[in-house]
Design a protein around this ligand. Structure first.
Ligand code: SF4
Length: 324
């Protein structure tokens, strides 16, 4: 690397290689198909790399748009197709009981009043360019914007997505749904895949798990409807909690009613390519304790292989694809 290139690099953000996983335990590597970099546009064969250049023209200087970033994982094989860079954005209004990155949420603000760091779109693109050949050599590789809740920063997500498409990489967002039609109009034309964590298919359990209200549940459902209307490729994500202890009755998600409701959500929205089950894990528990926040799932055990298999089999019996 030349000296002037070195100077041009953005100051390194907090790279988080032991990154947040919304559920996967252990992380399940997907098979990676390596392709010559020049065939990166094989992503188009997957129906990816859409984007909307006309809309991009409305933004004078995408590169200067800034966002608040929690951390970055520059090399992962989860959270989308191929090899990906994941940018975790700061801020989330939900208070999920199993959150493994609670330090990226609003709940942590009292303890860490100025969390994350401000980065420009150009900063992110420079990081992507450094590793571009790796992302581009995998089938559909690219960038995933996660959080926190990435939809709380729609202008940043929109601009990053436009610039990422310009260098030939795919864009996924990992979200639990937030915002309204204006937010979705900005972001969705520039996103190839949406990973939507639905938390629960039933209102009461959704409220218990996320610590929110019916409004957020309706937002999740409206967002899914909008994804369907726009035909955006969607993977539903679902954290599987199976501990039979009566303390966790409000959180358990492996009963038939819950899974049947989840399968219905998938089957009634053609945009859904499949459901990804994320077995509950306790990786984030220590952060609750560090921040002095209550961890409602203390003592909950992780699902065993039999329970995971049973949930997968049940979903498949309902006619939906389970993404492994
Ligand atoms: S939506 Fe995600 S980041 Fe927000 S509280 Fe829930 S698990 Fe944590």
């Amino acid at each position: 690397m030349r000296d002037d290139d070195e100077k041009a690099q953005p100051k390194s953000p907090t790279f988080c290689f032991a990154t947040k996983r919304r559920g996967a335990f252990p992380p399940r590597p997907r098979p990676i198909v390596f392709l010559p970099p020049e065939r990166n546009y094989a992503a188009r064969g997957l129906g990816l790399l859409g984007g909307d250049p006309a809309s991009a023209a409305d933004i004078e200087d995408c590169g200067a748009v800034t966002g608040r970033v929690h951390s970055i994982d520059t090399f992962t094989a989860v959270d989308g197709h191929g090899i990906r860079c994941i940018v975790f954005l700061q801020g989330c209004e939900k208070r999920c009981a199993f959150c493994c990155n609670v330090d990226s949420t609003h709940a942590a603000l009292a303890k860490t009043p100025n969390p994350g760091r401000t980065m420009s779109v150009n900063d992110i693109v420079e990081i992507l360019k450094r590793n571009r050949k790796y992302y581009a050599s995998s089938e559909g590789g690219g960038l995933t914007l996660s959080g926190g809740e990435c939809l709380l920063q729609p202008a940043f997500v929109e601009a990053v997505a436009i610039k990422t498409h310009e260098i030939g990489l795919t864009v996924a967002i990992d979200t639990a749904a937030s915002g309204d039609a204006e937010t979705w109009n900005r972001v969705l034309p520039h996103v190839d895949v949406v990973l939507l964590c639905v938390k629960s298919s039933s209102l009461e359990k959704y409220k218990a798990i996320t610590g929110t209200t019916e409004r957020e549940y309706e937002t999740m459902r409206a967002f899914l409807k909008e994804l369907n209307r726009r035909r955006v490729k969607t993977w539903l994500r679902f954290v599987l909690m199976s501990d039979p202890d009566s303390r966790f009755v409000d959180f358990r998600t492996n009963d038939e009613n819950e899974l049947r409701g989840l399968a219905e959500l998938a089957k009634t929205h053609e945009c859904v390519e499949g459901i990804e089950l994320l077995p509950y894990h306790r990786f984030g528990e220590f952060k609750f304790s560090e921040l002095g926040l209550e961890y409602k799932l203390e003592g909950m055990r992780t699902p065993d292989a039999e329970e995971i298999h049973a949930a997968q089999t049940f979903l498949q019996s309902q006619g939906v694809t389970v993404i492994c």
